[in-house]
Design a protein around this ligand. Structure first.
Ligand code: HEM
Length: 308
């Protein structure tokens, strides 16, 4: 390799031709400082040049004030003059060069506009740049990208999950699927057994299953388990209800409700959903009231009406 090809200021000082030893290059850009390596060969440091005389210390000269290039959309000055071509870069916007590393890493350069302007573009206006490919525009794939609506193909299913209560109530439950409780313990209700359906049913009349208001003893309650052809009764704060008709409507499932059959369901009920209004929902299923075991049995009284 020939050292003549290197610029003088890159060469070690003893190799330079005489005119270059002062630390000035051809363009006189250096300001009297000289870079040299430390004795230990570490990073170069900058010091005042020692061998120049104080009188001849080169001073930095202010660079010639260049005219600030202007940028116009039409490519012409407002007064109609042709743009000057004194400097090759004159008239270009003062952006970093297109091959600048900063730009290259940030985004690709916009594609060149079409040679012919589109019809909608007025004279003197730049045509809009063509849309770059989708690949270049979007950010790298992330978790959020899965939330975007795909541009092609069918729309993703936005409906409630297959086993949700919402689908069950709207009659969308898939056929043959067993009711499965969700995180809160709710189950799939079969079509026609939504809370609204229950509300409608209770308006139709008495569902207690008895003709007269009953005095129910604890032993009698225990026998009403909903099995062996008997209805399921449950007591709530001293009142006895026939819960059989409500079983297929119970959002917590029949099995849960059956835990209260033949016994006092107050605690079970309050443990799960104290906000539910048992009395309101079960009014038409009211059988009677709880009485002590020996109440009226001696006289064979079993109905409150008999007391009148
Ligand atoms: C006649 C008595 C009962 C009625 C009227 C009733 C009514 C209801 C209602 C309306 C819901 C829906 C609650 C909601 O969406 O916030 C529900 C849910 C539920 N019920 Fe009952 N229930 C009764 C008895 C019981 C009993 C005795 C148990 C437990 C042994 C029980 C267990 C559940 C469970 C686990 C849920 C699902 C979880 C939840 O919604 O918080 N229920 N019940």
């Amino acid at each position: 390799m020939s050292w003549n090809l290197l610029p003088q200021w890159l060469l070690p000082e003893q190799w330079r031709s005489d005119g270059q030893k002062s630390g000035l290059d051809e363009e006189g850009r250096r300001d009297g400082t000289l870079e040299h390596a430390n004795s230990n060969g570490s990073m170069p440091t900058t010091t005042k040049q020692e061998h120049s005389s104080p009188e001849s210390t080169p001073k930095a000269k202010p660079a010639k004030a260049e005219p600030v290039p202007t940028f116009s959309l039409s490519g012409h000055d407002s007064d109609g003059e042709k743009p000057k071509a004194a400097r090759p870069d004159e008239g270009r916007p003062m952006f970093a060069a297109a091959n600048n590393a900063q730009i290259a890493s940030a985004m690709p350069p916009p594609p060149k506009p079409a040679s012919k302007p589109t019809k909608s573009t007025g004279p003197g206006l730049m045509p809009p740049p063509p849309r770059p490919a989708v690949k270049q525009m979007g950010p790298p794939p992330s978790a959020a990208s899965s939330l975007r609506v795909p541009l092609t193909g069918p729309l993703p299913n936005r409906g409630p999950p297959a086993n949700s209560q919402q689908r069950a109530s709207s009659g969308l439950s898939p056929n043959g699927e067993k009711p499965t409780p969700n995180a809160r313990g709710k189950v799939l209700l079969s079509p026609g057994h939504s809370p609204m359906d229950w509300a409608a049913l209770t308006r139709t009349g008495n569902m207690a299953g008895v003709n007269t208001f009953q005095r129910v003893t604890p032993s009698q309650l225990r026998s009403m388990t909903g099995r062996k052809g008997k209805p399921a009764w449950s007591s709530w704060q001293g009142k006895v209800y026939n819960i059989t008709p409500y079983l297929p409507f119970h959002p917590g499932g029949e099995a849960e409700l059956m835990k209260a059959a033949g016994r006092d369901g107050t605690k079970l009920f309050m443990d799960v959903h104290p906000w539910v209004n048992w009395e309101n929902m079960m009014t038409t299923c009211l059988v009677g009231v709880m009485v002590p075991e020996n109440h009226g049995t001696a006289e064979g009284e079993s109905s409150l009406e008999d007391m009148d």
